[in-house]
Design a protein around this ligand. Structure first.
Ligand SMILES: Nc1ncnc2c1ncn2[C@@H]1O[C@H](COP(=O)(O)OP(=O)(O)OP(=O)(O)O)[C@@H](O)[C@H]1O
Ligand SMILES: [Mg+2]
Length: 508
């Protein structure tokens, strides 16, 4: 018998106005395997998944399941064929509960219209069996992005899909959620499902995937039938097509006087007072597990959440509590973790998104928008961070996930009168090559005297970029390390709650 792959992409091509997203791309996925799909931001990974999910119709080529060509015309066609795609950008109805979501389409047939109690019990039992800790009655809008993602994954499993594609599922999952996800994926593999797994975290690819395919600029550049014996460097080189060498590129800098001073600051989500200083030109990395209180304390410092106690000062001048405008007036700026939810103005162009903070400054200073300056700033970042877009006037929502991240991040990096920059997970969802450029921008800002605070859940990144590392656990600062002293073992040990085991973080 000839070995027919469960899933095959054959000569797929797809063009958008100004962008050749995929050109003659083919690869195969075996039943009972996890197939990694890698490539830089904008390489075409999500476009391929949307074709698999019936959301986009390819211009050329076809998808075949068990050797049979499928001509998906809409998402329902793919679902009927046993395909489940969990997209990078989740779509969900905020008012629906977890249960309603999981039972969508089967509630009346299985349970009749009224029997909510039975439906609730059934949902609970299924969630328990999968080891997923979710309240069936919670509304989706009350859940974290990670939890919403779990709902999508459970939905695919309950639908008995035979082909599952996960497009950057862990980029917003906590460590515990990631563990649960990995266990689910391994179980599904054991049941013979064919899975595609997209991630910019190479450690995850090695941990989970049996085989892998690499895209670059809409073309396939490599296939690996097995990842045994394949090195990280090989994958990176094939992905970016050049040697990026030392990804951190750290160089020591002179530090000046204290720029940011935080004394006894607390808020509702971080009740214990927190104190620390950052000097001009210094990059301080905050490491901690999800829930350690890093983002929460930074939001209080910036004024986005209420400050209950304590003082924040920039260059010795007090910053008003709970008052973002005053923070910005002092040159204190926070780039949030949820850049997309907080940040993107969907209908606007890439250029406008990059310039939005700078523009605010110009306007408050009573100036007109200067098109030429804005164009130059936008083009500068598009080139530097390799934002893949046909031009700066492109609507930002048409960019790939990682490229949207880069454009929105640029907004904070382009801020003119920065003194203190707090960046929360600045490289999430961003490819290896562009990460390196983001670090360079941070070094450059620090070189100009900006005090930089970087929150990251990727320990190697914290260690690679920071002059000083602060570890947080359960809302407190538990340890500080100078650059030379910090290493994976002592920082992780400090950040872990008592009694937790020291499993390394999934990280770049
Ligand atoms: N609907 C669309 N209209 C115009 N261009 C699009 C559209 N969808 C995708 N593109 C473009 O196609 C290219 C491939 O995008 P895709 O989302 O597939 O990349 P990706 O590999 O998933 O990247 P990332 O790692 O950033 O998620 C990008 O240049 C993107 O801007
Ligand atoms: Mg994508």
């Amino acid at each position: 018998m000839i070995d027919v792959p469960r899933l095959e992409f054959r000569h797929i091509g797809k063009t958008f106005p100004g962008v050749r997203a995929l050109a003659d791309v083919g690869f195969q996925v075996r039943a009972g395997s996890v197939h990694g799909l890698l490539g830089e931001n904008g390489a075409g990974k999500s476009t391929m998944m949307k074709i698999l999910g019936g959301e986009y119709i390819p211009d050329e080529g076809e998808v075949a399941i068990d050797g049979q060509p499928m001509n998906f015309r809409k998402a329902a066609d793919a679902i009927d064929a046993g395909v489940a795609v969990i997209h990078q950008e989740l779509q969900y109805v905020p008012e629906l509960s977890v249960m309603e979501n999981l039972l969508l389409g089967r509630l009346p047939t299985r349970f009749g219209l009224v029997d909510r109690r039975k439906a609730l019990a059934w949902t609970r039992q299924r969630l328990d069996a999968l080891g997923v800790d979710l309240d069936p009655r919670a509304k989706l809008k009350q859940l974290s992005i990670g939890q919403r993602q779990m709902v999508e994954i459970v939905k695919a499993i309950l639908r008995d899909a035979t082909i599952l594609a996960l497009d950057e599922p862990t980029s917003s999952l906590s460590h515990r959620e990631t563990d649960v996800l990995f266990r689910l994926v391994r179980d599904l593999r054991a049941q013979g499902k064919a899975m595609i797994y997209i991630s910019h975290r190479l450690d995850e690819i090695f941990e989970l995937c049996d085989a892998a395919t690499i895209f670059r600029d809409g073309r396939k550049v490599a296939d690996f039938e097995t990842l045994e014996g394949v090195t990280r460097d090989t994958l990176v080189e094939r992905m970016v097509g050049r040697d990026i060498g030392d990804i951190w590129g750290y160089k020591p800098r002179e530090h000046g006087d204290i720029r940011l001073s935080v004394k006894g600051v607390s808020g509702r989500a971080v009740p214990q007072p927190v104190s620390f200083d950052v000097k001009a030109g210094e990059i301080v990395g905050f490491f901690g597990l999800v829930g350690a209180g890093r983002s929460e304390i930074m939001r209080v410092i910036y004024g986005a959440d209420r400050r209950l106690t304590g003082d924040v000062a920039v260059d010795g001048k007090p910053v008003k509590a709970s008052h973002i405008r005053d923070a910005i007036r002092h040159g204190l700026v926070l780039c949030p973790e949820d850049r997309k939810e907080d940040g993107i103005i969907g209908v606007r162009s890439v250029a406008e998104n990059i310039n939005i903070s700078a523009r605010r400054n110009h306007l408050t200073a009573g100036l007109f928008v200067n098109d030429a300056v804005e164009a130059k700033t936008a083009d500068g970042f598009i080139e530097r961070l390799r934002i893949r877009t046909p031009h700066r006037r492109q609507e930002i929502r048409l960019l790939s996930g990682g490229n949207q991240q880069k454009a929105v991040l640029s907004r904070w990096l382009a801020e003119k009168d920065l003194r203190v920059l707090i960046v929360d997970e600045p490289t999430r969802g961003i490819d290896v090559g562009a990460k390196n450029e983001i670090y360079n921008v941070l070094y450059e800002l620090a070189g100009r005297g900006v005090a930089v605070v970087m929150i990251s859940s990727e320990l190697p990144e914290v260690l690679g970029v920071s002059d000083r590392v602060i570890a947080m656990c359960r809302g407190r600062i538990v340890a500080q390390f100078a650059r030379g002293e910090a290493n994976e073992t002592n920082v992780l040990a400090a950040a872990l709650p008592e009694g937790a085991s020291a499993t390394p973080t999934p990280a770049e």
